[in-house]
Design a protein around this ligand. Sequence first.
Ligand code: APR
Length: 230
Amino acid sequence: MARIVILTGAGLSAESGLGTFRDKDGLWTKYDLEDVATPEGFARDPGLVTGFYNARRANLLAAAPNAAHLALAELEAAMPGEVRIVTQNIDNLHERAGSRAVWHMHGELMRALCQACGAKWDAPAEMRVADACPSCGKAATRPDVVWFGEYPYHMEEIWDAIRAAELFVAIGTSGQVFPAAAFVQDASRAGAETLELNLERSEVSHDFEETRQGPATEIVPAWVAEMLGC
Ligand code: APR
């Protein structure tokens, strides 16, 4: 009975056509993250920020899970024990592939959040700042995503799962954003084996016992097949 925690990042969804952040042509080479991914940026220009996420939501609605998402869903369904996904991605491709145990530590693009009362609801394809909250009626709508300077979601459960893990795997993440970048050290300290699957070596590759390089749609299904003994 295995206990596996899998951290995923933008590289997992890259081959579904969703952009990464820090690669050449990544989102943070085209946009200033201070403008579109901070509470201060939203306060300065809510229309710009809402438009940025509306565009990303339109991309997501046109995208589909890839072979790597599907393989991780198969692992969760077929592996005796517990397979937990901790994702930094705000897309819903894990769920659409069939994964059930998914923590979205950076929130979800398909959800809306009321800044006034904290209510959450399904986001419309085109969100507007003036959309009224279905709970309190105020026009204080924002995407339910965690911006720089905000506290990620589900951290207590995530740390508990990492401390109990026998295997920690990071897939498609550059290891440049905390706290996720430190999960490998937390997992090692707690005695887990650690594996990195990424297109290339990352900032934190040296913290992993094993690293494998290649596109997620190739190396993730191959690793899952090994795990399931196929
Ligand atoms: N297969 C596997 N890995 C890939 C692929 C691919 N097809 N394409 C790119 N990668 C790798 C890159 O080499 C890089 O190491 O995915 C990683 C993506 O890194 P980032 O763009 O930094 O994305 P991520 O690590 O998810 O960013 C973390 O930063 O801005 C925030 O909130 C945002 O959740 C995001 C967080």
